[in-house]
Design a protein around this ligand. Structure first.
Ligand code: FE
Length: 224
């Protein structure tokens, strides 16, 4: 407590400070999540969760555990699949036909919602959005980043994908076609980025490190 355990009658006029002088006037503190009114869907979610617990269908511990599992997901599973696809044409073909079955070959649980893998080629670059909300292959690439859920990304990337990618630092040449894929609750997308030149003979681990989350959304390309 020592940092906050100070005399409040000291000489300057901050309503609240952290025991040190900032020397500038900071804005209001970031509101706590609870300070904002619940959105319609937040209220619905909380109500359904309360009912499921009240009716004994799930326990609070089961709810907590599922959140912990989802929060623990990272892009590692997707990276592993893409790196395998780069080095094993048979696997890539099976992945293009059925992502969930291909994932199972690597002992990866991709969940039950269909996922379509789309390959970037020399002539076509693909990028993914969910214009309605935030649909995303979470079990393969983790939770979506905040920008993926933001209205700015969702609305702009379909209208001016080349400009949006440029803001991400990704310049797609004019002679490369840019395709935007809109995810839904029933179908999510995973981009198989093009394997960079000069990575021949690389180990699986080294290749996987190139395949970041953003390259599987399509807003970046692997950088060797
Ligand atoms: Fe969505």
């Amino acid at each position: 407590m020592s940092g906050h355990d100070h005399d409040h009658h000291h000489g300057h006029d901050h309503g609240h400070d952290h025991g040190h002088d900032h020397g500038h006037d900071h804005g209001p503190f970031q509101p706590d999540i609870e300070d904002r009114p619940l959105t319609h869907y937040q209220a619905m979610t909380e109500a359904v969760a309360d009912l499921l617990v009240a009716k004994g269908i799930v326990t609070p511990a089961e709810l907590r555990k599922m959140l912990e599992i989802i929060d623990s997901k990272s892009p590692a599973a997707g990276s592993k699949m893409v790196a395998r696809a780069w080095t094993d044409p048979g696997f890539k073909q099976r992945m293009l036909e059925d992502v969930i079955a291909a994932a199972a070959e690597l002992d990866i649980d991709a969940g039950g919602i269909p996922i379509k893998a789309i390959e970037n080629t020399e002539g076509v670059h693909n990028v993914v959005v969910c214009t309605l909300c935030s649909c995303y292959p979470r079990l393969l690439i983790g939770l979506p980043p905040d920008w993926y859920k933001a209205r700015a990304y969702r609305s702009r990337v379909i209208r001016e994908p080349r400009a949006v990618l440029k803001e991400f630092g990704t310049e797609i040449p004019d002679d490369v076609e840019l395709r935007v894929h809109d995810s839904t609750a029933d179908l999510r997308y995973l981009i198989i980025p093009a394997r960079p030149k000069g990575t021949e003979g690389w180990s699986a681990e080294k290749l996987e490190a190139l395949v970041t989350r953003d390259t599987m959304i399509g807003v970046a390309v692997p950088q060797p």
